[in-house]
Design a binder for this molecule. Structure first.
Ligand code: ZN
Length: 309
């Protein structure tokens, strides 16, 4: 059993408002922090959320627009002043390398910890693979000449349910034989071959979290986000600003909800709102008209994602 909690550090689009900072989302999985974008000021809410300064951090940048990256330098400097020693791996479009190395040089920044920069160049692939999960990416559509990516954290399947009652009925003693069966191995017991699936159910899927970054909806993303337990999708505009959404390569709440429905996601959370909306109920209602399991992000909102099977 692993914990999986999402915290929004910033939920505003383009510029901050009185109660919203700029884009940044943290997935905390068992104490490892996956941070998606670092909009200006994200470190304030990072501190408020009390994540601590020396956790394992992997950072993913969706695209090189200032409202998604200007918080990086301040964040890194604060971590450094707090004596961080753990390295940070950061993944993003090619310009993230130039942005960081040039700013480190100009501002004479010498951090207390290493920053490993990984440039993404393909349209789709896997960035990180471990025994427990992987991080995948897919090119999104945020305008001509803008290299932008969406990301997913996908947990590996878990072993099936172990039927202790059945194992006891068969007289199998607890210990190494249970362990072998749980691992999917067949065992010899009382001169009989007992396959694992006699007492162990089918594999149970892990959880999947999707993060859109800024984008128009697309078939590629619809496919990429298939069956997410939680999809976090930008909804900069409402339907009355559909033309604006198309012009600026953003999405409306209705479009985000339509994509969530087509992708078969379980839960949708909308974020990245234009400051023109003083009340987001209009956007929420537009989304709800097509997909009911939807809510709106706000700064420091936290969501725990349970297993669904
Ligand atoms: Zn953007």
């Amino acid at each position: 059993m692993s914990s999986l909690d999402i915290t929004f550090l910033g939920t505003s689009a383009a510029m901050p408002s009185a109660n919203r900072f700029l884009s940044s989302i943290v997935i905390n999985r068992n104490g490892t922090l996956f941070i998606f974008d670092a909009g200006e000021g994200m470190q304030y809410n990072f501190i408020r959320a009390r994540f601590g300064f020396n956790k394992k951090i992997l950072l993913f940048i969706t695209h090189m627009h200032s409202d998604h990256i200007l918080g990086l330098l301040g964040f890194f400097q604060t971590l450094s002043l707090q004596g961080r020693y753990m390295p940070i791996d950061i993944y993003g479009p090619k310009l993230i390398y130039d942005f960081l190395t040039e700013n480190f040089r100009i501002l004479n920044i010498n951090l207390s910890f290493p920053v490993n920069i990984h440039v993404i160049s393909d349209n789709e692939g896997i960035l990180v693979t471990t025994k427990e999960y992987k991080i995948t990416y897919c090119r999104s559509n945020h305008g001509y000449g803008i290299c932008s990516y969406a990301y997913c954290l996908i947990e590996n399947s878990r072993p099936g349910k172990f039927d202790i009652k059945k194992a006891k009925e068969l007289g199998i003693p607890e210990g190494i034989l249970y362990h072998m069966l749980q691992k999917g191995e067949s065992i010899q017991f009382n001169n009989k071959l007992i396959p694992s699936n006699t007492v162990v159910g089918p594999l149970r899927s892990g959880r999947k979290i999707g993060i859109s970054g800024d984008t128009r909806p697309s078939n590629e993303l619809c496919n990429f986000f298939k069956n997410c337990d939680l999809l976090i999708f930008e909804s900069t505009f409402g339907s009355t600003e559909l033309d604006k959404a198309k012009e600026s390569f953003h999405s409306t709440a209705f479009e985000a909800a339509s994509l969530a429905k087509s992708s078969g996601v379980y839960r949708l959370c909308l974020t990245h709102f234009s400051t023109r909306y003083k009340d987001l109920v209009v956007l929420l209602n537009e989304a709800k008209s097509v997909f009911s399991n939807v809510d709106m992000a706000f700064d420091l909102k936290s969501i725990s994602i349970p297993y669904r099977n």
